[in-house]
Ligand binder design. Structure first.
Ligand code: ATP
Ligand code: MG
Length: 255
């Protein structure tokens, strides 16, 4: 049996008396693309916050590559290769696209602080620029490299957010609504980037409301409803799952 890249067991988080995530158990295997879906307020982002150390679980445990990481701070998890993007785009809007990527690389790579204070060592600068080029090329942002992030269409800003996460060399990438605000064509292009990331060996857990796009491209889906796991399985099974159909038809406006 392979060791899952991510395993969560009994994950629970209460806010006051309200349980946002309740006894959630699931795993993600190496090189899978798993979709975490559910109506607004189902507990998807809270689950990401619990996995990535932005929130402490009330109960439950998290393992990353077989090692328990429950409660580890976000920066330590990022160094191990557990990296996330945020539902609200967090690019530096006044900086150009390439400056954003450079900054993400600077923050991550060893010697980042030394370099920020005293500049790159000989040879380092060229290597860094090669990485910037490579990431821009891979994400399809070469043309936009000298534009300020705030000038990009919203969809490209979200792609830039994903590209910045790639600078951190993720083993597991958690994407919180990377397709938000995109039409079907843009969403399809963006999911192709997600697939290309997976094809490079990165495991992906993706939250989004573009159900059709996720159905076509995820290996498995985990469906949350009111903080609990409602269903889990391959897209064809989820599509026919009676409880899922009931929730989504009943709350169509939220999907
Ligand atoms: N810090 C917090 N304090 C109190 N309640 C919170 C907090 N964070 C989340 N919640 C509540 O927990 C529930 C789940 O929120 P969460 O953001 O995880 O949902 P979501 O599935 O990501 O929804 P969406 O699809 O709208 O992004 C919501 O009712 C939300 O109001
Ligand atoms: Mg959310």
């Amino acid at each position: 049996m392979v060791t899952p890249v991510l395993r969560v067991e009994g994950l629970t988080r209460s806010f006051g008396g309200f349980r946002a995530v309740s006894s959630l158990t699931f795993h993600v295997d190496p090189r899978e693309i798993v979709g975490l879906v559910g109506p607004n307020g189902a507990g998807k982002t809270t689950t990401f916050n619990l996995i990535t150390g932005f929130l402490r679980p009330t109960a439950g445990r998290v393992w990353f590559q077989g090692r328990e990481v429950t409660g580890c701070p976000p920066h330590r998890l990022a160094r191990l290769g557990l990296v996330r993007t945020f539902q609200q785009t967090r690019v530096f809007s006044r900086l150009t696209v390439e400056e954003n990527i450079r900054l993400a690389l600077h923050r991550h790579e060893p010697g980042g602080l030394r370099r920020t204070l005293w500049g790159p060592a000989p040879g380092e600068a060229a290597a860094l620029e090669r990485r910037v080029d490579e990431i821009l090329e891979f994400a399809g942002l070469q043309e936009a490299r000298r534009r300020r992030a705030e000038e990009l269409p919203y969809g490209e800003q979200r792609i830039l957010g994903v590209a910045m996460a790639l600078a951190v060399d993720p083993v597991l990438l958690l994407l919180d609504e990377p397709l938000a605000g995109m039409n079907a064509t843009e969403a399809e292009a963006a999911i192709q980037l997600v697939r290309a990331i997976r094809d490079r060996g990165v495991t992906v857990l993706i939250i989004d409301h573009h159900m059709e796009t996720l159905m076509r491209h995820c290996d498995r889906l985990v469906v949350l409803h009111h903080g609990e796991k409602l269903a889990e399985g391959p897209p064809e099974a989820i599509r026919r799952h009676p409880e899922v159909v009931r929730v989504y038809l009943g709350e169509e406006a939220a999907v």
